[in-house]
Design a protein around this ligand. Structure first.
Ligand code: GDP
Length: 300
């Protein structure tokens, strides 16, 4: 399906031709492990997860004779699933929290606004009512883009003019969601990287304002990462995680990148739940993250 198609480029770098690579080999020798290591690192799997995968393969297959490439592929799929499984936790909307507040954070260009549109459409389809808050008050284009999504999917967007206080917009959004009886509020935020300290302070302020409305809010702080950024996505995640108590990840743009292995690096290093992955620009191209499906899409 879409996931498999979206991960085409990562898969082709990682495992296409594995079967021919294995052909004629009697066991998992150093050459083969080295080739695999190169491929895993090129797919941005990262050192730790790569080592863990190779150790796992040796443990599984070391003593037995290699029957064929498929047995290696199978072992690799299992090992990948084991790394991803602990972080594959779909976002559960708690109906007792009304509105259930999702604060989205992330660097500009990672696909934050698009992800909000896709999420809102998904929740509406599932029967939830949704309100959006245009908390990226820094860029006029961000507000407009969110409003376009709102029109497209029939979802109210609370906004103020560019330059307004982001926390005040999110506060308005919260009040509007309450007044309307919305099930879910999704708030956008700015993501300018060059003023990192100000940005983190702004996000903390939004969190404080929400917390004063409802002690448990935001119920989810969703960090959006661009999978195409590979190891840089990991560095971004580490900064946001410390500053704003990220509770879940969305990894976008896995289509069109050969670096989809970064999911493994993220899982191994951050241990944060991965809620969704983005595999295209369309409204249906945001998929709940499923470890086994992902492993199967990566390893032919
Ligand atoms: P923001 O600055 O973080 O709000 O980023 P946008 O939501 O504006 O997204 C930046 C660009 O990435 C837009 O052209 C989106 O259509 C595109 N985009 C977002 N998610 C995905 C994805 O999963 N796959 C692809 N191919 N493009 C995406």
């Amino acid at each position: 399906g879409r996931l498999r198609n979206g991960l085409k480029r990562t898969r082709s770098g990682l495992t296409e031709g594995l079967t021919s690579l294995f052909a004629g080999r009697k066991r998992l020798d150093d050459d083969l492990l080295e080739e695999l290591e190169t491929r895993l690192l090129s797919a941005d799997v990262g050192m730790e997860a790569t080592q863990r995968l190779l150790d796992g393969l040796v443990r599984r297959l070391g003593r037995s004779e290699l029957r064929d490439g498929e047995s290696v592929a199978e072992a690799l799929r299992d090992e990948i699933t084991q790394i991803l499984d602990p972080v594959a936790e779909p976002l559960a909307i708690d109906p007792r929290q009304r509105p259930f507040v999702i604060l989205t954070v992330g660097v500009n260009g990672t696909g934050k606004t698009t992800t909000i549109g896709k999420l809102a459409a998904r929740y509406q389809r599932e029967g939830h009512s949704v309100t959006l808050a245009a908390g990226d008050t820094f860029r006029a284009a961000a507000v407009e883009q969110l409003q376009e999504w709102g029109e497209r999917i029939g979802c109210p967007v609370i906004a103020q003019p560019t330059g307004a206080d982001a926390a005040s917009v999110v506060y308005d959004g919260y009040q509007a969601a309450r007044a309307r009886g919305s099930d879910i509020l999704i708030a956008d935020t700015a993501g300018r990287l060059h003023t990192q300290d100000n940005l983190m302070e702004e996000l903390r302020k939004i969190r404080r304002v929400l917390g004063r409305q409802d002690e448990g809010s935001p119920h989810e702080t969703l960090l959006v990462l661009d999978g195409g950024n590979g190891q840089n996505a990991l560095a971004q995640a580490e900064r946001f995680k410390e500053a704003v108590q990220v509770s879940g990840l969305v990894v976008t743009k896995l289509d069109g990148t050969a670096r989809g292995g970064v999911l493994l690096a993220l899982a191994e290093r951050l241990r944060l739940p991965v809620r969704y992955v983005g595999v295209g620009e369309g409204v249906d191209d945001l998929r709940p993250f499923d470890a086994e499906a992902f492993a199967e899409a990566l390893v032919t």
